[in-house]
Ligand binder design. Sequence first.
Ligand code: HEC
Length: 486
Amino acid sequence: MSGRISALVLTSLVVVGCGDPAGSAGETGSSGTTGGGETGAPTSGGEASGSGDSGGGEDELQGSCVYVNPFSMGEECREYRGGGWSEADQAADCAAQMGTASAGACEYPATLGACVLPGEADAYLRLVFPGDDPSQCQLTQAGCELFAKGTFTPSPVCEDPNPPADPNAGVFEWPTLECVAPLQGEPAGMSEGGQVCTWSMIGGCTEEGRRFADYSSCEPVLTQRPYAAVPPYPPPAEPDTRLQDDPDYAAEQAWVTKQVESCGCVCCHQASLTPSGAGVWDIEAEGNWINTFSPYGLAFAAGLLDSSPLGAYPAAENNGFDRMTTGLPTTDIARMQAFFVAELKHRGIDTAQYADDPPTPKIFYDQEIYEPGACAAGQGVAADGTIEWTGGPARYVYVLAGDAGNPGVPPNRDLPAGTLWRLDVPSDGAAQASGSVRYGVAGKGLGQGFPQQGEAPAPLVAGDTYYLYVLADIGVPITRCLFTAK
Ligand code: HEC
């Protein structure tokens, strides 16, 4: 049934998402097991309380779900409308958002507007965006219309033309390799001169046995994907006494904790290091923190789900930590897999159910398999090399061979074979307007991601087809189309 649910919706704008439960939940039906608990769904076919616009027919309100949108990092609410929504469907969808379900409509003192998503007449979603900050209107509307292909109805807050969101705020900061002397009392590092070198990146890890927080900084990491404090998965019904009763288990759990401590994941998954709380799983949670993972999180960690669209360093460049197989970076792939597979079994979950799940997170996988069409008016490269695009100011402008794949995220997916040229706006620079960039020319203060700075790209051949790929920021494409060189 999930085909009709555009589950990702605004989270399509996510910059670098790691947990996209929607990616695996709906599809398998397995998500019933994740049931975030208290669904409070209406008992009958929708004598739902609340909004005046129910009242039979297709608009019938069945229930709603409040959750955190990882892109806006704010609260959002979705209404399940139409009699085609079963309670189980609603519960599964809400659990996939890590939300809290209720029977009523989405009601707020002030909203930016609502977005009705394409769906079936008897089962569709209406999203409601709480808030009274007009600077959020433009992005909210764009998210609804461009990414979710929905219909946006502005509230009074958003009815007037509004100042556009600042395209230079909160932008992706590129990782740097930070090399420092080891902490006092720690052994010499593995790099030149006994230094310890660590990438300041989500999936960057310092040397095994050391802590990421001692050797790198969370500041850039927090720009590399949306951060929000999201409550943990609900605790098990029966108290978990394995840490007390089972020394072997306790030793493995402690090893997993140490592995996490070496990596950038701590910036959002170790509460004391985060701005305002962990995102679902928290290695500082009381009791056995492994229980803060949802089943999706366990399957992701075990590598039962393919999370390659998130990008990863080769282990040799990441102090031996691999993230190509398991979701959590590790120096011992088999040991990490075994721990999390056993954890799923402990929860009574059949690991076979993940076999056919598509790669996650969905938003990046969708970007990976995107098939571009021909450029429209206002998009393309003119004879003098001037590049035009639509969708607003850009931080990355790619020109690729016509048959190249889609660019993904750094560190290993951002320069697909066939990349001819990429313009980079540094994170402290201003996003560039359409028409202000020429092929092969990285102007003052701008960077060239390919080829190396100072080298000229291959000239475009008149009559040949090329792929123009323009991003507002990493993970946020605004123009993707094929053009013929003039
Ligand atoms: C900048 C913040 C940030 C960093 C760094 C980060 N995450 Fe997350 N992660 C989140 C947030 C927020 C959520 C919850 C919302 C969501 O699922 O998108 C989350 C959720 C997850 C989930 C889903 C959890 C569940 O049980 O459903 C997994 C798995 C995950 N992260 C893995 C990782 C791994 C592995 C790393 C390190 C390689 C990492 N994350 C680094 C912010 C972050």
